[in-house]
Write a protein that binds this ligand. Sequence first.
Ligand code: SAH
Ligand code: SF4
Length: 403
Amino acid sequence: MLVVLSLGKRALVRRSCIKALTLKEAIVQQLLDFDRAAMIEFAQGLGEKPFRATQLFRWIHQRGLQDFEQMSDLAKSLREKLKTAAHVQALPLIAEHKSKDGVIKWLFDVGQGNAIETVYIPESDRGTLCISSQAGCAVGCTFCSTGYQGFSRNLTTAEIISQLWFAEHTLRKQLDQGSTQQRIITNVVMMGMGEPLQNYDNLVPALKIMLDDHAYGLSRRRTTVSTSGVVPMIERLGLDAPVALALSLHAPSDALRDELVPLNRKYPIAQVLDACRAYLRYAPRDFVTLEYCLLDGVNDQEGHIDALIDLLRPAKGANFPCKINLIPFNPFKESGLKRSNPAQIKRFSDALLDAGLVCTVRKTRGEDIDAACGQLAGEIQDRTSIHVRRAKGKVISIATDLS
Ligand code: SAH
Ligand code: SF4
């Protein structure tokens, strides 16, 4: 009582508001956060049978509905309960940019001055969505625009899946396929902003929703997680949500990879490749994609080619089961780096092919709207002082602190 009196009337009012808000927030559930198992648990909490959760899940993810009133096969009593207990809140869209090659980039508000980007890449036989997993990235690769911006926070499951929900249902409406079940997005790559395996707990439910036949029904082969090499999480992913795996390799030696991908100092190449090889026991494909961004004079010389071949086709021991995806560097001004010239890219690719490795060169898309790999920058309120650390040559500490 003494404490209450000393707080004064205004403070008391504010306190009771906060208490009321907290209670309300605890009750109103964001349904985009739930994979189907969690949705069933939530429905049971409302006294409903599991199949009701599946119906709700389908309305949200397959039909793109947010308004419970329109979910016509749910009992009126359930719709009423949902109105007070839950909501389906998509990310607010800030901007849409369309490239002349058909690529679309969306900028979404994730609050507190942070914005993230999502990219849709149409091709004749598929529609690929490149999804962000974090606001910023703590790994700090020297050739990546996201890494340059620093790190603010992990995205929630709802914020990750919201990108797919928005893209699928917006594009369906635009293409006038609102009423059909035909999917626009056939492939997802976790290659937007952020390191997905440093946001593992929110990533896995999002992957489960993507793969669920009652939601997006994506094939595991067409859902790819790309990582800079967070070794312990690679193994866990194999157990929890085995999808296709891509490793951002970018260098054939630890000395160079330490510089380009600072996380390498914690998880060096041999450890990362071992983890990838072990992952193949669970993977939907019998190879791992290795991404190698070609940087002029940095990692594209003859010595690098030979070292890469030695690494992946050792004289003793088994070949590493992989497909190499060479990515011409997409420049941004702060990096001070240049794209390898076309002749060198061809030399690199030919040499790998001649050595019996499988290798493709990634076609750059959406460059005119800064939507190509590594150009996604969004708007990040950095909490890691990356610019100060980079100036002091201490970028490594961010990546290792957080992994
Ligand atoms: N953090 C994860 C996924 C996001 S980055 C990862 O690093 O794998 C997705 C891909 O884009 C990675 O292979 C990354 O190395 C590549 N990339 C980053 N910056 C790039 C740039 N400027 N040009 C070309 N590719 C880039
Ligand atoms: Fe992060 Fe991937 Fe960019 Fe490296 S390449 S900074 S891991 S988003």
